[in-house]
Design a protein around this ligand. Structure first.
Ligand code: AR6
Length: 319
């Protein structure tokens, strides 16, 4: 099942469960914890007082009270202490245990903040990497919609050098408006920015040809449908439609599948055309994807965190 990254306030998320980056007392605090307690109302603290705290890396659930979600899962991230004290494994456990608990509660959609990336001092890009890797590993076997919520101005999820290089590449193709990166943008602009158009050149979709090409390439790569879904960031039900040769894919879905299967940019383009699309030099997202594919970067986590950092739409089955 797919993941996405959004820029938002987690208390506004319309999902079955949101995750709180709490402390071991579970009795509230600052940051996202404070925001969740104020938005959920005082009954949340009353329930938290009955839970007896929570260990680092573990997770406990409460009701959602005044929030739009049914449940809140409280997890305790590691306090960054240089990286040699099991921080990565603890942080990864926070995501894994929260996702397993969400599954036990029968939830179909979950939203995470970037655990430990605030007061607990985990280096931001490392916190992003651990979050996305842990989520992606879980999704390899489970059906859940997982949203990673980035908050505030600091939402550049790739390193600065990489960001500058892609920015230069986009500007060279003169489609830029890239004087300012997302880090320097005011949040309201970023929140209201329209998503890039998903289609430019409308080609005819050959759903059966696409299905045949996907099946053939999966056999060559010796990957099963679960692995394809993980690599393409799509759900099992969408895969069933694709392999049945029915339905029109969106361009982000087709590009997700191209990322999963294509050998190079040329073969990605061929797949894309069967789905009725082509790469466009006037769409920032397409330019970034092409740049990454040209460099052999097709890992969906890498591709999507780069796209997010450049304010472009993500690949896969994005809701
Ligand atoms: N929505 C989404 N993300 C948010 C929000 C929000 N409303 N508010 C902050 N963030 P932090 P930690 C982001 O400090 O590092 C508390 O006092 C924030 O920008 O909330 O795990 C607890 O009680 C950052 O990226 O959590 C603990 O004592 C991320 O959430 C301690 O802080 C996490 O920042 C936990 O520290």
């Amino acid at each position: 099942m797919p993941f996405t990254i959004v820029r938002d306030d987690i208390t506004r998320m319309n999902v079955d469960v949101i995750v709180n980056a709490a402390n071991t007392t579970l009795l509230g605090g600052g940051g996202v914890d404070g925001a969740i307690h104020s938005a959920a109302g005082p009954s949340l603290l009353k329930e938290c007082m009955t839970l007896g705290g929570c260990k680092m890396g573990q997770a406990k659930a409460t009701k959602g009270y005044d929030l739009p979600c049914k449940y809140i899962i409280h997890t305790v991230g590691p306090i960054w202490n240089g990286g040699g004290f099991g921080e990565e494994q603890l942080l990864s456990s926070c995501y894994k245990n929260s996702l397993e608990l969400a599954q036990e509660l029968g939830c179909k959609s979950v939203a995470f903040p970037l655990i430990s990336a605030g007061a607990y001092g985990y280096p931001f890009l490392d916190a992003v990497r651990v979050a996305l890797q842990s989520i992606s590993e879980f999704l390899a076997d489970s059906e859940m919609q997982v949203t990673l919520v980035a908050f505030g101005l600091k939402t550049l999820m790739i390193d600065e050098e990489n960001f500058e290089e892609i920015k230069r590449y986009i500007n060279e193709l003169s489609i830029g408006q890239f004087g300012e990166g997302p880090r320097h943008r005011r949040l309201p602009d970023a929140l209201t920015d329209p998503q890039p158009e998903t289609t430019t050149e409308e080609l005819v979709c050959d759903a059966e040809g696409f299905a045949r090409a996907v099946t053939k390439r999966m056999a060559e790569l010796e990957i099963d449908d679960k692995e394809l879904c993980r690599r393409a960031n799509i759900s099992g039900s969408l895969f069933a439609k694709i392999s049945g040769g029915s339905g029109q894919l969106t361009k982000p879905q087709a590009l997700g599948i191209a990322a999963a299967l294509a050998e190079d940019t040329g073969s990605a383009e061929k797949l894309l055309r069967l789905a009725g699309y082509s790469f466009s030099n006037s769409e920032r997202g397409d330019v970034v994807v092409k740049y990454l594919f040209d460099k052999g970067i097709t890992d969906i986590v890498e591709v999507n965190r780069t796209l997010f950092s450049l304010d472009a739409g993500l690949l896969g089955e994005i809701w």
